[in-house]
Design a protein around this ligand. Structure first.
Ligand code: IMP
Ligand code: MG
Length: 177
């Protein structure tokens, strides 16, 4: 699959992704049976994952959106900038963050520091993908869908320089030599 100027290979099929997302949603909702979770979707990457995840929940829940950026092209810039602010009404709520990918963990680390200032009752992180080898922060990710090798991926919400988010399959590309 050619995305922009690079060749990508399939790593997870659409069916495998749907099964993983359903398993995550079932597991989270099983743990939150007695609670009223407030889901925060980390834009932009998590929008496809979140829309599938949230539709696996059979009853109404509160959903909000946040946006922090760190990536430029294929690399984490190490500098995290808030774009969409955290909604004030997370105060006292059981917040569940939906994230597409934890790579260095920089975005999540910075975001958690901000979120704590709004005094939620509890915070849990759901990360569809994680690259354990590139993690640079001491993060507790409560729910992980799939652990991936340290390679750049695109599709299912994740982009290569703005392209490929719409693809229902996940693709990887070989690292530059
Ligand atoms: P981190 O701050 O290094 O953990 O990276 C966080 C964000 O960078 C993720 O939420 C993704 O949106 C994006 N990202 C990380 N790895 C990839 C990748 O392989 N492809 C596309 N986007 C990625
Ligand atoms: Mg993201």
């Amino acid at each position: 699959m050619l995305i922009k100027d690079r060749d990508f290979q399939e790593i997870l099929s659409a069916e495998e992704l749907q099964n993983t997302v359903k398993r995550l949603a079932d597991s989270v909702m099983n743990d939150y049976q007695e609670k009223n979770p407030y889901f925060l979707v980390m834009m932009n990457g998590a929008f496809v994952f979140a829309s599938d995840f949230l539709r696996n929940i059979g009853h109404p829940v509160k959903v909000g959106f946040v946006k922090y950026t760190s990536y430029v092209g294929m690399h984490s810039s190490g500098k995290v900038t808030p774009v969409l602010p955290i909604p004030q009404d997370v105060e006292g709520r059981d917040v569940v963050l939906l994230e597409d990918m934890t790579d260095t963990g920089c975005t999540m680390h910075f975001f958690l520091e901000e979120l704590k200032k709004f005094h939620p009752k509890s915070i849990a992180i759901v990360s569809l993908f994680c690259k354990p080898e590139s993690l640079q922060y001491d993060l507790k990710i409560d729910y992980i869908g799939v652990k991936l090798p340290n390679q750049f991926v695109a599709g299912y919400g994740l982009d290569y320089d703005g392209e490929g988010r719409n693809l229902p399959t996940l693709y990887y590309t070989k690292n530059d030599e």
